[in-house]
Structure formats: structure tokens, C-alpha cells
Design a protein around this ligand. Sequence first.
Ligand code: E4P
Length: 222
Amino acid sequence: MKFFVDTADLSEIKDLASTGLLDGVTTNPSLVAQAGAKSFITLIENICKVVKGPVSAEVAATDYPTMLKEGQRLAKIAKNVAVKVPLTPDGLKVCRHLSDNGTMVNVTLCFSASQAILAAKAGAAFISPFVGRLDDISMDGIQLIRDIVQIYRQYPSFKTEVLVASVRHPLHLVEAAKIGAHVATIPPKVIRQLYAHPLTDKGLAAFVDDWKKTGQTILDAA
Ligand code: E4P
């Protein structure tokens, strides 16, 4: 399973990239606003220098001609840019056009299996179903991932990867991994939560204490 980080905060991205566990990045207009970046283009350029895997950069317009121009501009930033478009009729037209011309497209704001089928048919590299936002309205976000993965498996001609988005806690990730989703985009806070277990902390503290009792050091050993 590939791990993307869901943030536009460059210092967070640098820090997480240094773990060697990061396969890509997703941003969206809200995350860019939150990061306070003065130039979106420069921000994406800088992220693409740090992470070699797909970096999603979202168009701002909602009409086909402007979204297409924006998408083409974003795709020029670096080879690893995945242009993010909304799951609308115009967004999917842009997806078809850019995908046919060799640009990766991430179709975002997916909330149903029927939408995911359309994105695959439009040649999307990624479909982003939002699990947390579905849970928020008492719908089962993980069930949507199960449905999309099952549907895509029936059609080997669909090359679209399921990119689990709106991840709110480690269980979302574990459930998505059990289903076989290709990618999860995870907020930095949740990535850090993945490491945590009280028995790891307790066990490590005991090992450190007991090692002191041996009076030895590994590095000074003959
Ligand atoms: C996906 O690409 C989105 O950026 C993101 O996962 C949305 O998450 P949220 O619902 O927590 O805003």
C-alpha cells in the first residue's frame, strides 16, 4: 500500500519524506490556504523536489476550458504532478483530455461507486473517495472503498488506483489496507499515530533500563 501525505506544509513534507515511507503528496485548496503559501506554483515546485512520487495539485476553476488551462499549467511544473480535478462532468472531461496526453489525474470529491466508475472510464490515474466526510454524515466511508475496489477488480482495463482520502484515524488506514486499496493519503498527525502503541513504549523503557544494568556499550565493544 502506498502512503501519501495529505498536507501542503513543506516542512511537514520534508520531515515525513526523511522517514523513507512516503510515496507521494496530496494538496487541496483548503490545505494550501492553511499553509499560507504566497505562490501555489512555487509551493508545488518545491514539494516535487522533495518527493519524487505523485504530487497532487488541484485546479481552482470549475468550468472545462479554464480547468483545462490550469491543469496544463500545473502539469508543466514537474513530471510527477498529478492534476487534481473535481468529480463533475467538466472535471471528467478535463481528466480524459489530460490523461490522453500523458498527465496523471487525481479525481477528487468522490462519494459514490458510480462516480468512481466514471473516473476510471475517464482514464484517471487516481480516484479519491473521502471516507471521513462520509462517516461524518453517518454513511459508511470504508464500505465505499470496499465497493470501488471490488468493482475495479472486475475490469482489468481500469488502471485507476483507489486513493483513500479524508482519513481521520489509524483504523481507516487499517481497514482500507485489509480491502486492498492501492493508496491512502494521510494527514501528518495520523501518520504519527500509526507508530504509537503503549506496549511499545513500556517494552522499550524496560529494555533500556535492563541494558544499563549490563554496564556495556555496543559501540565501544572490542
Ligand atoms: C484528499 O485529497 C483531500 O485533500 C483530503 O483527504 C480531504 O480530507 P478532509 O475531509 O479531512 O478535509
